[in-house]
Write a protein that binds this ligand. Structure first.
Ligand code: SF4
Length: 143
């Protein structure tokens, strides 16, 4: 039997279904550097100060776009070219016509598979207010 994300496009999901797709990996809260010439994105291990480092969830989710003006509230429009999202992001995968990975909580039934598969940022990051130059924090474990 197919699951809801396999049966219907993102545009037809309920708000609850849409939100449930987020695996709480936290990778989208990593600060990034962009090469102005090529547009290439480089991830750092620096995270927004508002992130809860235990559960990888925003502590001010409802107010985040006011408190952090460049924080993106993801919409279908943003997924037309989701180059700035990590390649494992559920929203990016589905918008690219791919399925969710086996470690995704909706597939595994266990939120801990995100960390066990090496896809959580938990324990691997530093908050923005304590970080020095972001160029010193470039990482290769997120693409
Ligand atoms: S990268 Fe995607 S799946 Fe991971 S926390 Fe961000 S929105 Fe959720």
């Amino acid at each position: 039997m197919n699951s809801f994300w396999q049966e219907r496009p993102l545009s037809e999901l309920s708000r609850k279904e849409w939100e449930s797709l987020c695996d709480s990996c936290g990778k989208c809260c990593l600060q990034k550097l962009e090469d102005e010439d090529t547009g290439d994105i480089y991830f750092t291990n620096v995270v927004c100060d508002l992130l809860n480092l235990e559960c990888n969830r925003c502590t001010r989710y409802m107010e985040r776009s006011v408190l952090v003006p460049n924080c993106i509230t993801l919409t279908l429009n943003d997924l037309l070219d989701p180059y700035y999202l990590p390649s494992t992001c559920a929203y990016r995968l589905l918008s690219e016509g791919k399925d969710l990975p086996e470690w995704h909580p909706l597939v595994s039934g266990d939120i801990e598979t995100v960390e066990h598969s090496g896809n959580s940022i938990r324990g691997r990051v530093v908050v923005e207010s304590e970080a020095d130059d972001w160029e010193h924090h470039l990482i290769d474990w997120v693409s």
